[in-house]
Design a protein around this ligand. Sequence first.
Ligand code: SF4
Ligand code: ZN
Ligand code: ZN
Length: 307
Amino acid sequence: MPAKCKFCDRPAFIKLHYPRMYLCEEHFKEYFERKVRRTMERYKMLKPDERVLVAVSGGKDSAVAAYILKKLGYKVECLHINLGIGDYSEKGERYARRQCEKIGAPLHVVRVKELLGHGIGEVKTRRPTCSYCGLTKRYIFNKFAYDNGFDAVATGHNLDDEASFIFNNIMNWNTQYLAKQGPVTPAGFNGKLVKKVKPLYEVTEREVVAYALASGIEYEIEECPYARGATTLEWKEILNQMEEKRPGTKINFVKGYLRKRHLFEAELKEAELRECKVCGMPASGEVCSFCRFWGLKEPIDFRVKRQ
Ligand code: SF4
Ligand code: ZN
Ligand code: ZN
């Protein structure tokens, strides 16, 4: 006989491992939304009147984050950064557009190739592609939010992302990175570093996939061509094997880390920040890493003209 939902007579849509229970589609959605709302309250992520910008890539996590923030009543707008990685980026943009229509949130699009002359992967540099891609995305996301007066930016990082990030950095003893990771990064540098929040911090990747399916959110499944061989995928696999054997491994690992995070603070060598000579945003040297990498002479103004 097919399994039934724990709370009603409908057939089970998902079997959760931790807590162990079967849920129908409706009760799973309720469970997921309650869990995200509680995470947001626990870490005091957003005040009700704060404007939040969500970076939607076209993938499942950011789309679910934007969808649920909107459903919980927050003032949401979305930003898609088209990285200029051939077909992969074009598809990503199409998905982001469809997702924002469904969510009912305004979408802003920034195209790296039009803005900076080259797409990600097209720059002749010794720097690894993911490294300058990461710095480019982080800068644009933050500066766009700052230029347009957003109170916070939200990303789609889920429990699996966080657990594998911490695991990886412990295995490599990158203690510097372990001092600052968490569900909320407060605003800094006179507001030029916009507050960063992760509403999906306590839900697993499997739950995010199921929620996207239950809510009719379509997303890009294809991986970025530069992601192949990324070690984070291997850490995720190991953690998934542990989770199978011992349900609750990931959440207990991440919560334990948050309790012990202060132990890494002594390792934090925070470079003193100053204003970038070109764009005025925080920099550890004279010019910030974004302006230096892209050879900018003028700042980029991301302000959106509003009617
Ligand atoms: Fe950028 Fe692709 Fe690397 Fe992700 S995997 S950081 S999208 S280049
Ligand atoms: Zn039910
Ligand atoms: Zn700069």
